[in-house]
Design a protein around this ligand. Structure first.
Ligand code: ADP
Ligand code: MG
Length: 359
């Protein structure tokens, strides 16, 4: 049987001595999706990929594609290929020979034609005769991807593949890898510690921490409704407040802070009492220099507070606002006006937000 279908990790654990690198982790990656595994350095991302590739055996648990159990099979028996950050190209071979290397070694007919096809896919046909040392990092990256694709795997694993590139090239390659994935329709599992990269590229992001997955979902879902403080902070800036729950209202919890009640969207339907951390992203807060009188039914308001810091960042300006009874809040306002900064340090301000933006 050839393995085709969704990739499953079923309660996979990996121990190195006493150290648990991957901890009872279960995961489903839909066939044909662009899946990002996102987490800080040391959280177990590479170990996870190596178990999918067969370079490392799980201490317990299973690796499946569709209903085929791959646990225990050798790397070359798996319909899986890996692109490493180091590219690992042969410097003395041309680009075409590098890409044809795998099919040739397996004695496949038409190895060169297959290599040319893979090179066309990554838009590198024009450099087929060059050798890797004569190419830029981004070009070598494309060749490394072609060399993996030529094997026609079911699943392509990419372990921080853009880590060696400068920011501008990274951005270009993010778009480019996404284009390639869409055109070949294979399952891509992309490992990164860069939240922006994961959110830009992937259909689904799984956030890993200490060998476990804290949350998995579409990028906007994770950003707008994180389930843990870790996920909230790892995906971007978040103003987080601690407050007791004083009631519930449909999809909302009601919390009390500094004598006021606020609606907060539930990220876990099971939590209905106790103290919670709730959060609002900086760009979801609005500043008013006078007390607003036009509040909509779902809007929350606190104030007056004082602006304690203003930093111009180009696209937006960041304000730090201190309101009595609350920790300092960060506010981003988009710079749409000719004179973007009208609020200054020391000014009195009110903060408002829509309850549907509080999680
Ligand atoms: P990431 O890729 O997320 O940075 P890794 O999967 O490389 O994390 O590593 C996870 C943890 O497992 C780290 O603390 C690392 O030191 C440890 N680790 C990885 N491989 C080995 C090994 N072969 N022996 C011992 N510890 C290892
Ligand atoms: Mg790693």
């Amino acid at each position: 049987r050839t393995a085709k279908g969704d990739l499953h990790l079923d309660r996979v654990t990996k121990r190195f001595g006493d150290f648990v690198a991957v901890d009872d982790l279960s995961l489903t990656v839909p066939r044909g999706s662009f899946f990002a595994l996102l987490g800080p350095s040391g959280c177990g991302k590479t170990t996870n990929l190596r178990m999918i590739a067969g370079l490392e055996q799980p201490t317990s648990g299973r690796v499946m594609i569709g209903d085929v159990d791959l646990t225990g099979s050798r790397p070359y028996q798996r319909p899986v290929n890996t692109v490493f950050q180091s590219y690992a190209l042969f410097p003395h071979l041309t680009v075409r020979e590098n890409v044809a290397f795998g099919p040739k070694r397996r004695g496949e007919s038409g190895a060169m034609a297959k290599a040319d096809e893979a090179l066309a896919l990554v838009q590198m046909s024009h450099l087929a005769g060059r050798k890797p040392p004569q190419m830029s990092g981004g070009q070598q990256q494309r060749v490394a991807v072609a060399r993996a694709l030529v094997n026609r795997p079911e699943v392509l694993l990419l372990d921080e593949p853009l880590g060696a590139l400068d920011l501008k090239l990274r951005r270009e390659m993010q778009v480019e890898l996404k284009r390639i994935q869409t055109s070949v329709g294979l399952t891509f599992i992309h490992v990164t510690h860069d939240q922006e990269e994961a959110m830009t590229m992937a259909d689904t992001v799984a956030v890993m921490n200490h060998g476990r997955i804290e949350q998995q979902g579409a990028p906007a879902e994770l950003y707008d409704l994180p389930r843990t403080r870790f996920v909230a902070r790892f995906l971007g800036q978040a103003n987080l407040f601690d407050a007791p729950i004083v009631g519930t209202d449909g999809d909302y919890l009601i919390v009390e802070n500094a004598g006021q009640r606020f609606g907060v969207k539930k990220s876990r339907s099971t939590v209905t009492s106790g103290t919670v951390s709730y959060g609002v992203r900086p760009e979801k807060l609005r500043l008013d220099e006078t007390e607003p009188t036009d509040l909509r039914p779902n809007e929350c308001l606190v104030g007056p507070g004082r602006v304690t810091d203003v930093s111009f960042t180009g696209v937006s300006t960041q304000y730090i606002v201190e309101v009595p009874g609350f920790p300092p809040a960060s506010v981003f306002e988009q710079n749409l006006d000719v004179d973007p900064i009208v609020t200054h340090v020391g000014d009195e301000v009110w903060l408002r937000w829509n309850a549907s933006h509080a999680f």
